[in-house]
Write a protein that binds this ligand. Structure first.
Ligand code: SF4
Length: 499
């Protein structure tokens, strides 16, 4: 298993075609805009080696029997699913941002079970091919960027109905040695600092969309792949200051990129679906379930940090004993622990798929994510409330350092006795980074927007069974269950009870 530093150094061997702020980036590793994202992802490697965290961060491979980084592991039990969300919370606490590697982990698990089912039903040979690839990923301890979201163009039209066929990534050519793909994947987390990109279909497809039912993995620097790095709130502060960034070590959100595939060749040994449209829905749902369940781990880890920052600021401001502040802090904890409980629940309710891999409870996974889309905004709103207006009106680090005005900042922006202006500003900047910036819409749209969760919740809610329960209690339908366990009609059962 790689250490954090070995991971970062391993990226030097790759030469992805990356653009940022209109410029070609020569070295992802050395660019100040990207370094915080690399540092966050590096923690997924580093903590695997620490005695206190290694149990959480590693697992025994069911393929090799070797200890591997948990981010390359296929879940073998519900306990594995629970440990996974504990790992997410731990990393959220340590980085206070997105550590990116989970998307690839969820892709590995989704593709593992989907390829097994495809082979069982269609007689294809994707699963063995995928296992070979998985062995390689585990042995090399690779970071995969999972790439699912297509640009989608006109969302009222299916992939094959778009006026530009490339608005969904698709197979442009089938050759004896492999396939050629064309299109793009949007807002792909960790793509510029991943070793490989695993592409999956973005939605359930029909027969007409068979060319869009494609899944494969390639090194990020494969010929024809271009990555255009996305912007985040206040990102260029990284170029000239440390304090103003708020979380200079690990940054904010996941360093997303638009990944363009211009007639990219994929050898058959790296293709895990090619035309099997019937299995696109299953792959999307399994992947999304895994990823949505994570959010009650990683975002709750972030909540732990922002709650700590809020409690520190309350003390700095001399209001830590004020009842309204205690109430706000308790509410933040209540909201975050509720999301944590949801995440644990869908892991404990995990089930064994025919492939042997464990999957989370799909209904509860969507409930986790839907709660996160709301609760994150609420606990970050409460963090803003406790921090006060200064969270958006602070002078810059340059002003603090200025011989002319720095003295005013030190004098007027300190907290109560014992709390310097410098420390207070650092903590306020952290709250700004977490509660005002790109992290909020990330909690809303990452792993799918709220509507996507509601569709899945409606589909999995089993409303018919709930209607039947209500009809039975209201006396509109006979209680057949009661008859089956007592052998008596309701009249006889309750009549005997009354006497
Ligand atoms: Fe992982 Fe959370 Fe980032 Fe998704 S948002 S990649 S689950 S840290």
């Amino acid at each position: 298993m790689k250490t954090g530093r070995e991971y970062i150094e391993s990226l030097r061997k790759l030469k992805p075609r990356v653009y940022s702020l209109g410029q070609r980036v020569e070295s992802v590793v050395d660019h100040p805009l990207f370094r915080p994202h690399l540092n966050a992802a590096a923690m997924t490697y580093e903590l695997a080696h620490h005695p206190e965290t290694t149990e959480t961060m590693t697992a025994t491979s069911h393929l090799s029997g070797q200890r591997v980084n948990r981010f390359t592991h296929i879940h073998q039990s519900a306990a594995d699913l629970v440990t996974k969300v504990r790992m997410m919370r731990l990393l959220g606490q340590k980085t206070a941002t997105c550590f990116q590697r989970c998307v690839g982990l969820d892709a590995l698990n989704g593709v593992f079970s989907a390829t097994f089912d495809m082979d069982s039903k269609l007689g294809t040979t994707y699963h063995q091919r995928f296992i070979q690839y998985l062995r390689y990923v585990q042995e090399q301890d690779l970071m995969l960027a999972g790439a699912m979201s297509d640009p989608k163009g006109d969302r009222s039209l299916s992939p094959s109905q778009q006026d530009d066929p490339d608005l969904y990534l698709h197979v442009a050519q089938r050759r004896q040695e492999g396939i050629v793909v064309r299109g793009a994947k949007a807002h792909i987390t960790g793509a510029i600092n991943a070793h490989e990109i695993m592409v999956m279909p973005t939605r359930s497809m029909g027969e007409a969309d068979s060319d869009y039912a494609v899944c494969f993995a390639l090194p990020v620097d494969s010929t024809g792949i271009t990555l255009v790095f996305g912007r985040q709130t206040n990102d260029t502060r990284r170029l000239d200051s440390e304090v103003d960034v708020g979380n200079a070590k690990y940054g904010i959100v996941g360093g997303e990129a638009l990944v363009v595939f211009e007639d990219v060749f994929v050898p058959w040994e790296r293709v895990f679906m090619c035309g099997e449209h019937q299995f696109t829905g299953q792959l999307v749902e399994t992947f999304a379930g895994h990823h949505r369940s994570n959010y009650g781990g990683c975002k709750v880890g972030l909540a732990d940090v922002v709650i700590g920052a809020s409690a520190w600021l309350a003390e700095c401001h001399g209001v830590e004993k004020a009842p309204n502040i205690a109430d706000l802090l308790a509410e933040m904890v209540n909201l975050s622990e509720t999301c944590w409980a949801c995440s644990l629940a869908c892991a404990y309710e995990g089930w064994k798929t025919p492939s042997g891999a464990y999957s989370v409870d799909p209904l509860l996974a969507n409930v986790v994510k839907l709660n996160i889309t709301r609760s994150t905004y609420e606990w970050m709103r409460l963090a803003q409330d406790i921090a006060g207006g200064l969270v958006i009106t602070l002078p810059s680090q340059s002003d603090q350092d200025s011989p002319e005005v720095g003295k005013f900042i030190k004098k007027y922006l300190r907290g109560k006795k014992g709390f310097s202006a410098g420390d207070r500003i650092r903590m306020l900047r952290l709250v700004e980074n977490m509660a005002v910036g790109a992290g909020l819409p990330e909690a809303l749209h990452g792993a799918g927007s709220p509507t996507a969760q509601k569709i899945m919740i409606r589909r999995r809610a089993n409303l018919e069974a709930k209607v039947q329960l209500a009809k039975t209690i209201a006396g509109l339908a006979e209680d057949t269950f009661l008859r089956s366990i007592t052998g008596l009609s309701e009249d006889d059962y309750f009549g005997r009870s009354r006497t």
